[in-house]
Design a protein around this ligand. Structure first.
Ligand SMILES: NC(=O)c1ccc[n+]([C@@H]2O[C@H](COP(=O)([O-])OP(=O)(O)OC[C@H]3O[C@@H](n4cnc5c(N)ncnc54)[C@H](OP(=O)(O)O)[C@@H]3O)[C@@H](O)[C@H]2O)c1
Length: 184
């Protein structure tokens, strides 16, 4: 079965996780709160398609161990969806290094907030030749008379679409002109 690793999958990416399970992925989801994990698990059929990796991604050793165990059980990861806060600057590289150990091709979807610098993020990572890096930049929605941030559902659907389209770079919503972002 195709194995997907989702980091921060219990918040705005919850619906995306459910969609990936429907597409046949075995999911390993990293987050800390078990109740939020269980809320997603209830939506996944069969529940065995989802494994909870209850770990704080700022603790690199624990993150590495959890991913290694998940790969031992479910096989090589072919898809990584990564939403990681700036509190864990090394976590993305830990994921890449662990997933790369199996030497199988994988896609790494890096979800970034509107104000991030995608080029700097990409350049900060060391990717093996079998790792295909994809940036998904989150933006905002322009509306009559102003703008608003994306809803969770828009983010999840946009990320699922980005995975399907498989382009090296895509945005969900709009990021330009930056001066038109909400609250500016
Ligand atoms: N347009 C934009 O640019 C943009 C960008 C970013 C966010 N937003 C909005 O801002 C809101 C807040 O963002 P958010 O980051 O709180 O999003 P979120 O996706 O709702 O929650 C963060 C996810 O990461 C997990 N997580 C956080 N810290 C973790 C850690 N140290 N270790 C392991 N897992 C961790 C959380 O689970 P646990 O808490 O259980 O660990 C959860 O699954 C979002 O709801 C979104 O709508 C907009």
């Amino acid at each position: 079965m195709k194995h997907a690793l989702i980091i921060g999958g219990t918040g705005m990416l919850s619906d995306c996780c459910v969609q990936l399970a429907k597409q046949g992925y075995q999911l390993s989801i990293v987050a800390r709160n078990e109740e939020k994990m269980d809320r997603i698990k209830k939506k996944i059929d069969p529940v065995s398609k989802m494994t909870k990796l209850l770990v704080d991604y700022t603790e690199e050793d624990k993150l590495q161990t959890a991913i290694r165990k998940a790969i031992q059980i479910h096989g090589p990861v072919s898809l990584v969806v990564s939403w990681i806060h700036s509190t864990a600057p090394k976590a993305a590289q830990v994921l890449i290094d662990e997933v790369a150990l199996s030497e199988k091709p994988f896609r790494f979807f890096h979800i970034l907030g509107s104000s991030s610098d995608p080029i700097a993020y990409k350049e900060s990572l060391s990717l093996p030749s079998q790792g295909h890096y994809r940036t998904v930049l989150l933006g905002f929605v322009k509306e009559k008379g102003g703008s608003r941030w994306l809803t969770h559902s828009e983010i999840s659907n946009g990320v699922a679409e980005a995975i399907e389209q498989d382009e090296p770079f895509c945005t969900v919503g709009e990021v330009e002109p930056w001066e038109e972002r909400p609250g500016f």
